[in-house]
Design a protein around this ligand. Structure first.
Ligand code: HEM
Length: 140
C-alpha cells in the first residue's frame, strides 16, 4: 500500500527517480572540504573580535581549534571526514559558557557562512545540527 502510494505520488509529482540519494547534500551545500575550510577561516577572526566571546579564546591555539571545527562541521554535514578532537563536554568543561555566548558563536558562524555565499537552507541545516550540542557546551 505504502509503495503504491509513493509510486502514485512520484507519478503525479514526476522526477522522484532523479532525487539525489547520496546523503552528502549538506556537505556539498557548504562547498565540500574547501568550502568548510573557508567558512571556518572566516569564522575565527569574527570570534576573536566578538566582545561577547573573545576573552574565552585568550591563549588558545586557534589553528588547532579551527582544524577540529572543520572536521566536526564536515562530519555533521555528512562529509567524508573523521573528528579527531575531544568530546564537547570535556573540552568546554570549566569555561563557564552561557547560552548567550553559545548563541553569539552560532551567530558569527551564520555571518561567516553568509559571507562565503552558503545558501540559507544549508546554513540553517548546519545550525540545526549544532543546536543539540548546546547542552554539552553551556554550563553556566
Ligand atoms: C556551536 C558551538 C560550538 C562548537 C561546535 C564548538 C566546537 C569546538 C571544538 C571542535 C573545539 C576543539 C576541540 C579540541 O581541541 O579537541 C573547541 C574548543 C574550544 N571551544 Fe568550542 N565550540 C562551540 C562553542 C563554544 C563557545 C560558545 C565558546 C566560548 C565562548 C567555546 C570555547 C572554546 C574554547 C576556549 C576551546 C579551546 C579549549 C582548549 O583548547 O582547551 N566554544 N570548540
Amino acid at each position: 500500500m505504502k509503495t503504491w502510494l509513493t509510486g502514485m505520488a512520484c507519478a503525479v509529482l514526476a522526477g522522484c527517480a532523479v532525487q539525489p540519494t547520496t546523503g552528502d547534500a549538506n556537505f556539498q551545500g557548504l562547498g565540500g572540504k574547501a568550502g568548510i575550510h573557508d567558512i571556518v577561516a572566516t569564522l575565527v577572526p569574527l570570534v576573536l573580535a566578538d566582545p561577547r566571546i573573545k576573552e574565552s579564546f585568550t591563549d588558545i591555539d586557534m589553528n588547532k581549534v579551527a582544524l577540529r571545527l572543520e572536521e566536526q562541521v564536515c562530519v555533521l554535514s555528512g562529509g567524508p571526514c573523521t573528528y579527531h578532537g575531544k568530546d564537547m563536554v570535556l573540552i568546554h568543561d570549566g569555561l563557564n559558557i552561557t547560552n548567550a555566548q553559545f548563541n553569539a558563536l552560532a551567530e558569527d558562524l551564520q555571518i561567516a557562512m553568509e559571507r562565503r555565499g552558503v545558501p540559507s537552507r544549508f546554513q540553517n541545516k548546519l545550525i540545526a545540527r549544532l543546536a543539540p550540542m548546546q547542552r554539552d557546551i553551556v554550563t553556566k
